[in-house]
Design a protein around this ligand. Sequence first.
Ligand SMILES: [Fe+2]
Length: 295
Amino acid sequence: MIRTEPLDAPLGSLASGWDPGAPLSDDDLATLRQALADRLVVVLRGQRECDAEELAALAHQLGEPFPADELYNIPTETPEVLAVSNELNDDGHEIGTAGSGPLPWHTDYAFLDTIARESLLNAQRVPSDGGADTSFCDMYTAYETLPDHLSKKLAGRTGRYTITSENNTRLRQNHHDEDPAAAAARRMQANPDIIYPGSGEVVEHPVEMPHPDTGRVALYVSSFSCGFDGIDDPEEAFALTQAAMDHAIVPEHTYTHRWRQGDVVIFDTVGTVHRREMPHNPGPRSLRQLSIKYP
Ligand SMILES: [Fe+2]
């Protein structure tokens, strides 16, 4: 039986008692859904290490997973499981996506017409200190506490999103101070076979994004934001995104997760943005990622 307790943070819940080898009972599924609704991030810890098939089975109980194999054009353990890894193949390229550097604040698949509702990350292989932390920020509370001047600008607004935007690059730079030479060396290791879905495309979503189950409204802006309907000046749009992010990303809304091997973290990716912090250990780090479609 799964039990949860709040983490000592503004969001996040620690769950024990998951059996990777068995389907979730109705009670356990309800417990996880409630913890997600209440705490947005659920850390399953203490179970034996799971495999890709067991993770995929868990994801299917939560909803309809994205087909990672079709979306990214790389070999996957199962169709649903995307490798996020800094480990290198025989050609000297990373075997997975987004392998080794810091990542900016984002919501998964915001750059597609169908966004993700939840994502799962599993520490398949990480250094003893986790390698790089992942932070999560509560965008429901961010929305509910918007100051009037931002609320008025964002109310009813349609946002534009892309995986390949100048804003993305600028927001990355604003949030991380990565050494340029190290970043360049890291980019040389990127896997050239990976085709990132949505590259070169712009999609639209409401900036006030409701969770499909709870109806709670999140502030849906991130480093994938690239503009707004009705705001033609790109600098004005960027400034609005930056102001919204600056309001949202504060310690009172944030939890930073230090990975332990075997952890499975399930999180609401409508109502949180997340990022990878600057790695503190360059050792082999492979996470499995699965995402559930917004219905
Ligand atoms: Fe992500």
